[in-house]
Ligand binder design. Structure first.
Ligand code: ADP
Ligand code: MG
Length: 704
């Protein structure tokens, strides 16, 4: 379809939605009654699955998948790379007569045995200890993509160590559920058996033209531009945010929605974001586990469908310097199996003790464990975004807004009035009046209460949301559990609860900040309050294994100490590798593309000068001379800076201690990269455009 034609969606969306998912509707239709019931007990009540059930489910799944064109199945898992892994096996099984039958057993559904030695393990696995297991997660539905049946699985080593992001996520969901149920029991809600954390992850991304993408080694190798001076126009005019969707982008979005809907992913919102060429997709929230799996599929779909439209989708947290980066807002709440959202403040939050209990538990938890939460969003890419003028700083704080602020003041015994929802009258008769919210928004806060949920805004666009949600769930579980320990033995529940909440609020109030988080003053104020400011990834991971964090994770059976140490090592190594690859890519571009372009340009300038001279024209103040002098000085500087970066990168590569290496990369190597870029970017605006070896910012950002 030509780009300028607006796509029009003719499919029956109700039919389409979830048509490639082995969901509850399909199970009800295709499984014998007792098997279906047994599956539901596993999905809804987390009861173990009998092997007889798995056998029947596997067969039904295979038949269903084959009707959709599947020939293979894969155990789909989420190793520590932050993306997903898959290895496809065909259903075929040869017969004696030289034919095949299509088979898929319960055993194959339940367990897989991928080689674990080639995934990051942080020293938990040596190459000779290769065995790892994937195990079916029946709480996340299997689906068909292309010709393969995808089975969501967890991934552990032969000796049971966690090697993935799903296992700890499921464990953290269980931990917070158990503790929340204890608290609810104290409020008389004995019918609640399970509390589920819910998540809606808003996904930001950039779209650029694919031909231009292909000309940029930096985008291909590292996902971000390592060179490039600002375009004359940025987001100054504020005309991109929520702007009309250009046709090519719109068509792309239609195709993305179409694919996601068929996979049962409730993609709901699409719009242009603040930066030029930046967009957002948000699904309707679901359980944390599903939302995490779905977000992986969303990222993969954006990248794949973009190719079809001759676009490249950039998921890096900061693809362009001087332009807003991309985040992933993690909206997080808890709801009971009886349908109650525990973060719903109700009409009168000041007197809603149950709500206040959950709220204050979160406030206390975040104040006690900011380092662990911070570490879950730490990455080389996100370091460029956090603390810029577009994203929250690296300091964790909580925004509550007027309504909750006043509720907490009332709890603390202060004499304040609750702000109310008011009727908004626009003064135009034909426009209906409506009720406005009791609280305004604060876009600058890293962790904001937004009416009936929290929005964690520090997550980078490329990161798995498993990590942040593992931390949030576990932190909440810890504090709720402590509250339950105290209150379960109390004779005066309400009196003791109020006293407890007042006491905890007083102790942890410092984490609440309702002002502008982007301001310099907040950085100083946060330091006065004693809040940690872990500015970059090496700093964040230096605190990862603090004794309180090891205790926390061990207590709730999320990670053992060894697994925490392994994770620290994995993330520090990943950081070092990322910067090392960026440095090597920069060197390659600088040496083989930029410097030769500058030399070409200077040779032409010199030829011009020689010719002028031959004609007897004065050359001392000629344009060629002025430009040549500048370009020549800068190119000489480039060469020197290339040498420095090369030397430092070698030095860094040789460091064996992970923390020392990460620190060195983060200061010395990154520093040398920045100064090399500065010079190259100065040259970019001097050297003639036709000499420049790759598309510049204005082409990349304003072409699509
Ligand atoms: P905004 O950009 O204004 O913050 P969006 O509509 O883009 O809002 O995204 C809000 C996200 O929050 C959606 O994914 C939505 O489904 C999700 N959300 C709403 N309620 C809850 C909840 N109770 N738990 C988790 N996520 C929620
Ligand atoms: Mg949004």
């Amino acid at each position: 379809m030509p780009d300028e034609m607006i796509k029009d969606q003719k499919d029956d969306i109700i039919e389409l939605f979830g048509s490639k998912v082995f969901n509850i509707t399909v199970m009800r239709k295709r499984l014998p009654g007792h098997i279906y019931k047994s599956m539901m007990r596993t999905i809804k009540d987390d009861l173990p699955l009998e092997s007889e059930v798995a056998e029947v489910v596997a067969n039904a799944m295979k038949d269903w998948a084959m009707e959709l064109g599947a020939t293979h199945f894969t155990h789909w898992f989420q190793p520590m790379t932050g993306i997903t892994a898959e290895k496809h096996d065909a259903f075929i099984s040869p017969t004696d007569e030289g034919k095949v039958i299509m088979e898929f057993s319960g055993k194959e559904l339940i367990k897989g045995e991928p080689d674990a030695s080639s995934f990051p393990s942080g020293g938990l696995r040596a190459t000779f200890e290769a065995r790892g297991y994937t195990a079916w997660d029946p709480t996340s539905f299997a689906f068909v993509k292309g010709t393969t049946l995808y089975i969501p699985t967890t991934f552990v080593s032969y000796s049971g160590e966690v090697l993935d992001k799903k296992t700890p996520l499921l464990r953290s969901m269980k931990a917070v559920s158990d503790e929340a149920v204890r608290i609810l029991k104290l409020f008389g809600k004995t019918d609640v058996k399970k509390v589920t954390t819910t998540v809606g992850a808003e996904q930001e991304y950039f779209l650029i033209d694919r031909d231009m993408y292909k000309q940029r080694q930096d985008l291909i190798m590292t996902g971000r531009t390592l060179f490039g001076s600002n375009a004359p126009k940025g987001q100054d005019m504020s005309n991109h945010y929520f702007g009309r969707l250009r046709t090519r982008v719109y068509n792309f979005m239609c195709d993305v929605d179409h694919e996601l809907w068929s996979l049962g992913i409730p993609s709901k919102t699409r719009h242009n974001e603040v930066a030029p060429a930046q967009h957002e997709l948000a699904p309707v929230f679901s359980t944390t586990n599903l939302a995490t799996d779905n977000n992986q599929v969303i990222m993969e779909t954006l990248i794949r469908v973009a190719k079809r439209h001759h676009l490249a989708c950039l998921l890096h947290a900061k693809p362009f310097k001087g332009v807003n980066g991309s985040g992933k807002h993690d909206n997080w709440a808890m709801s009971t199996d009886t349908g109650e959202n525990l973060f719903d403040p109700g009409k009168d939050p000041a007197n809603n003790l149950q709500f206040l209990t959950f709220l204050i538990a979160v406030i206390e938890g975040i104040d006690r464990y900011p380092e662990i939460l911070r570490s879950t969003v730490a990455s080389a890419g996100n370091d460029h975004r956090l603390g810029g003028d577009e994203a929250p700083p690296a300091i964790i704080s909580i925004f509550l807004g007027d309504q909750l602020d006043s509720a907490l003041k009332q709890l603390a015994g202060e004499d304040v009035k609750s702000p109310h929802n008011h009727i908004m009258d626009t003064g135009i008769e034909s426009v209906p009046n409506f009720v406005s919210d009791a609280t305004d928004r604060n876009r600058t806060s890293p962790f904001a209460f937004t009416g009936n949920r929290f929005e964690f805004r520090m997550v980078g666009s490329q990161q798995s949301i498993a990590g942040p949600n593992i931390a949030l769930n576990t932190i909440a579980a810890q504090v709720l559990g402590e509250y339950a320990d105290i209150l379960e033995s109390s004779d005066d529940f309400e009196g003791e609860l109020k006293a407890l909440l007042r006491d905890r609020l007083a102790k942890h109030r410092r984490i609440i900040f309702n002002g502008n988080n982007y301001s310099e003053e907040w950085v100083a104020e946060a330091a006065r309050r004693g809040l940690p400011n872990l500015a970059d990834t090496p700093a964040a991971f230096a605190d990862y294994c603090l004794p309180k964090n090891l205790d926390l994770m061990e207590k709730h059976d999320i990670y053992s100490r060894k697994e925490m140490q392994a994770r620290q090592e994995i993330h520090l190594e990943e950081y070092a590798h990322t910067i090392s690859i960026e440095a090597r890519t920069m060197l390659s571009i600088a040496k083989r593309e930029i410097v030769p372009a500058c030399l070409d340009y200077m040779r032409d300038l010199s030829t011009g000068l020689t010719q002028k001279k031959a004609l007897g024209l004065p050359v001392d103040h000629a344009a060629e001379m002025t430009i040549l002098t500048k370009a020549s000085n800068l190119t000489d500087q480039m060469i020197a800076k290339i040498d420095t970066l090369e030397t430092l990168n070698y030095e860094a590569d040789a460091l064996s201690d992970e923390q020392a290496a990460a620190d060195f990369y983060g200061t010395k190597v990154l520093g040398a990269m920045n100064t090399l870029r500065e010079t190259a970017d100065q040259l970019e605006i001097i050297v003639g455009k036709k000499y420049w070896p790759y598309p510049i910012y204005q082409d990349l950002l304003f072409y699509v």
